[in-house]
Design a binder for this molecule. Structure first.
Ligand SMILES: [Zn+2]
Length: 266
């Protein structure tokens, strides 16, 4: 019945009339009518402005790539450190002498810090949450606690202080943005990514796809943990890097990419 009456209301009566009708049932009823499970104005995963104490800066940067006039690119590896692949990715990066940014999962750092501790040299470490939960479903205190634990274990086990954050799955809500702000993090996404299903067993095609499509300032998503699909990325990495170098590209960390941006960064 409710469904029928809502359709009739929206289709037959126009927005002004619909708005008046919705107003009559009160603000709390409006989100329920549209299928939301709680009011949008106080707390929860969607709220980005309900706790001014968490606001640390005038703006939060969400970056897919960084505008650049020069051919620079940032490689990023998510979800590690992990025993099966992280050391092998580091081997290739060492061989080629290029830096990357590793968005690490806190509990993996706790368990496997020894794999990377003395190998991070020119690389950057970012926060990728404690255990890869979907932060877009969590409220502000829960996300702050998650990021704080991860921030601390990266500092304590690796001696690095993250300034970048990548939300698992690229999912985030208002509470995630506010949590990032309370740590002073930039929220880093990506504009290019490895497609390990599309290029399964064809690392040359995977490398070519990246080499052909990267643009100045691109942030490339890859993973250094997980199942054997990672082999496509691992086997493509050498050709991908050398192909981009042949195109004139320089590899930098994400923070270096931001620092070199011609657009002033506050
Ligand atoms: Zn991830």
């Amino acid at each position: 019945m409710e469904r029928v009456s809502r359709r009739g209301l929206l289709r037959g009566s126009g927005l002004a009339v619909a708005g008046a009708a919705l107003g009559a049932v009160g603000v709390v009823e409006v989100p329920r009518l549209f299928g939301w499970d709680h009011p949008p104005l106080s707390g929860g995963y969607a709220a980005a402005a309900d706790n001014q104490a968490a606001v640390g800066s005038s703006s939060v940067h969400v970056r897919y790539f960084v505008k650049s006039w020069r051919p620079v690119v940032a490689l990023t590896f998510d979800d590690g450190p992990a025993p099966r692949y992280t050391p092998r990715f580091l081997d290739v990066l060492d061989e080629l002498g290029v830096p990357a940014t590793f968005f690490m999962v806190g509990r993996n750092v706790l368990e496997y810090a020894g794999l990377v501790k003395n190998r991070l040299g020119r690389h950057e470490v970012g926060n990728h949450s404690w255990e890869h939960r979907d932060l877009a479903t969590m409220n502000l205190p829960a996300i702050q606690d998650d990021l704080r634990r991860t921030h601390a274990v990266i500092q304590n086990k690796l001696g690095r202080t993250p300034v970048l954050f990548r939300p698992p799955f690229g999912h985030f809500g208002g509470s995630t943005v506010l949590a990032a702000d309370s740590f002073g993090y930039d929220l880093i996404l990506w504009d290019r990514q490895m497609h390990e299903r599309r290029f399964k067993d064809d690392p040359a095609a995977q490398a070519k796809d990246i080499v052909d499509t990267v643009r100045p300032g691109s942030i490339v998503l890859a993973h250094d943990a997980g199942d054997k699909r990672r082999l496509t990325t691992l086997d493509a990495l050498h050709d991908m890097v050398t192909g981009l170098i042949a195109r004139g590209y320089e590899f930098v960390t994400v923070s270096d990419l931001i620092a070199r941006s011609p657009v002033p960064v506050p």
